[in-house]
Design a protein around this ligand. Structure first.
Ligand code: ZN
Ligand code: ZN
Length: 92
């Protein structure tokens, strides 16, 4: 697990490119009903510790895999928007 990144990831909705703010909150539902900023914990509910694999956009209501919200800046990567690595990680 890398401990450092050269740059911070850009976080925005893969559907509508809405950018969440620090004041935005997500609700753990169905679940414990906790309200928190899911990007502070990478989708982990701080109350019931449920790991959310998907995150709903507050702006467009689309549900996308949580990891798809993170966009790492890469040189010469301007045209590569929707082509995410769709391979899934086995386990868990
Ligand atoms: Zn959206
Ligand atoms: Zn919860």
């Amino acid at each position: 697990m890398p401990t450092k990144y050269p740059q911070e990831p850009h976080i925005w909705c893969p559907q509508c490119r809405w950018r969440p703010q620090a004041t935005d909150r997500w609700i753990c539902t169905p679940g414990c009903g906790a309200s928190w900023n899911t990007f502070w914990t990478r989708g982990l509910c701080p109350v019931c510790t449920h790991q959310w694999e998907v995150t709903q956009c507050i702006a467009c209501q689309a549900v996308s895999p949580h990891r798809d919200w993170y966009h790492w800046p890469q040189p010469g990567d301007a045209a590569r928007d929707s082509q995410e690595n769709v391979s899934t990680t086995p386990g868990s």
